[in-house]
Write a protein that binds this ligand. Sequence first.
Ligand code: AMP
Length: 289
Amino acid sequence: MEIVKTIATARALRARYGRVALVPTMGALHAGHMSLLAHARNNAPCVAVSIFVNPTQFGPKEDYNKYPRPIEDDLDKCEEAGVDFIFAPSAEEVYPPGQPDIVVDLPALTTPLEGKHRPGHFKGVCQVVAKLFNIIQPTAACFGQKDFQQLRVISAMVDALDMPIDIIPCPTLRDPDGLAMSSRNAYLSADERQRALAISRALMLAYSEFRSGIIQTNRLIATMQRPLLENHLNIDYVAAVDANTLKPVEKVDGPTVLAIAARVNKTRLIDNVTIAPPESLPQRDDDEE
Ligand code: AMP
């Protein structure tokens, strides 16, 4: 596994390969990230991982400085997983002083949900992902559904700018008790972690309710709010939105994302599930078996 820190060396290394699947990360790698590597491996003979805590996607009062950076651990995990190369640049390498601040903005997708609570977040995400795509020139890139709005925004950016990159959505990995894996879970005390379980529980309750026939999203939203409030989480949003447009929906009559952002003391966590009426899912051909 090769590790490069500069754009020039990353380009030179990339030129040795044909198809490359990129997994952009901010490090502090966990099993969720590792599952993205497996998807990447299925999509290209060369797997590249970027490890970069991107300053432009953090708000001024957010956790940029205290974000975990266990780089040696991350490199060991990547080596073990058979990653071909790592791009781990410094902030100055990615954002040299004096370089103009270019932004890609897709307001219809970046304004709601996370955008409302983290102003500027997606500008930073698009900026860094566009740069990483231009530096590594991957043929595919893997993103987790855990950050479903990010996945939707990146897919739209790639479409709108005709970037020749397959965006591969990857399912959310959870701890056995249901908590979605996240680098930020490391901030939680034992008690906070217990309370944080209310988030996945809320989603599962709403999911079961939908499965039992409830399609009115106001009912599903009320069901999700209950465990969050009982566990004294501060809710940023509990929403039911169209999976494509991210606009709120009143009834689940197509693919719909149930999404939660909530804070357990100072730790902000997000999670979601996608639900859809059976008739909106691709038909399974039973004759094939
Ligand atoms: P991050 O390092 O948090 O920026 O995440 C890097 C990538 O890993 C993003 O595409 C995330 O959506 C994805 N990811 C984070 N947590 C999980 C998880 N629990 N399951 C699957 N993918 C995840």
